[in-house]
Design a protein around this ligand. Structure first.
Ligand SMILES: Nc1ncnc2c1ncn2[C@@H]1O[C@H](COP(=O)(O)OP(=O)(O)OP(=O)(O)O)[C@@H](O)[C@H]1O
Length: 263
């Protein structure tokens, strides 16, 4: 489903600030793979997701999604089949619009259609059901402006919007890092349910080793611009936090406080 071949990205090349963020990344995801991505600060995790989303051109290598080479496809075109949720709850939803309006916009992604009034009513009921499924009481606040919601409610809504039209690929960039632990847990539960129900091919960056271990069927550890560990299935299920710490140590990487302190 996702094939990343030997991609490189250097920021500010040939200057004093040169930073080789990606140094020959190879990674292939099968359809339905839920892959968690972990790594220390500056390892290249966000750059990898941004490269896949097309946020900037890569220097070398290729990226294909569902058999289509997207290496030179602009970000807005890839957005038609990539769902994204960022760390910042302010991104991904329009604060000045109602919950229902936000969902209606997401519902039109990649499609050019105008719904008849009766169809709009059906969609509205469908949105209400989806919101009910979140278990956050948003189904009774369909006309509330999104700017009034809490960070966790916004992230849950963003998730719903990112997956309303089934994406070929879902990219989650530390999407619960800005939330308090209880809310983060709720949003992760919702994430896991949506990903499983729709068998979405997913890349989820997390700084939380426990979350990286308990979610998904794949785990990739990034270090210094490339993956240094890629485990799946049974092997991943057996992996422990101690194993991960050992890998970090072997790579000569200090484990960030963020990783150690997250519960
Ligand atoms: N747009 C950019 N311009 C310049 N340098 C960048 C840019 N984006 C990332 N970098 C640099 O590339 C390196 C990799 O950054 P990246 O954000 O991908 O790391 P990360 O693994 O996501 O780290 P963190 O866990 O701290 O978010 C870092 O040294 C970073 O400063």
């Amino acid at each position: 489903m996702l094939r990343i071949e030997n991609i490189h990205k250097t920021f500010f090349p040939d200057t004093a600030n040169e930073k080789k963020a990606l140094r020959g990344v190879n990674l292939s995801l099968e359809a339905g793979d839920f892959c968690t991505v972990i790594g220390s600060n500056g390892a290249g995790k966000s750059t990898l997701l941004n490269a896949v989303a097309g946020a900037f051109p890569i220097d070398k290598g290729s990226i294909s999604i569902d058999g289509v080479d997207v290496t030179s496809m602009p970000e807005h075109k890839r957005a038609a089949f990539i769902g994204r949720v960022f760390q910042d709850p302010m991104k991904g939803t329009a604060a000045g619009m109602m919950i229902e309006e936000n969902l209606a916009v997401a519902d039109r992604r990649g499609r050019r259609l105008t719904l008849r009034w009766s169809e709009q009513k059906d969609r509205s009921e469908y949105f209400r059901e989806l919101l009910r499924g979140l278990g956050l009481g948003l189904e009774d606040r369909m006309t509330a402006h999104v700017g009034l919601l809490s960070g966790g409610q916004r992230q849950a809504l963003t998730l719903l919007m990112a997956t309303l039209v089934r994406p070929k690929l879902l990219l989650l960039d530390e999407h619960t890092a800005a939330l308090d632990p209880k809310t983060a847990e709720k949003v992760l539960e919702i994430t896991d349910r949506i990903v499983r129900e729709q068998t979405l091919t997913t890349l989820m960056i997390t700084h939380n080793m426990r979350d990286a271990l308990r979610f998904g069927n794949r785990l990739v550890m990034m270090h210094d611009g490339r993956p240094i560990l890629d485990v799946r299935g049974e092997e991943k299920a057996k992996l422990t936090a101690v194993d991960l710490l050992n890998f970090f140590e072997k790579a000569g990487d200090g484990v960030s406080d963020k990783m150690l302190l997250s519960k």
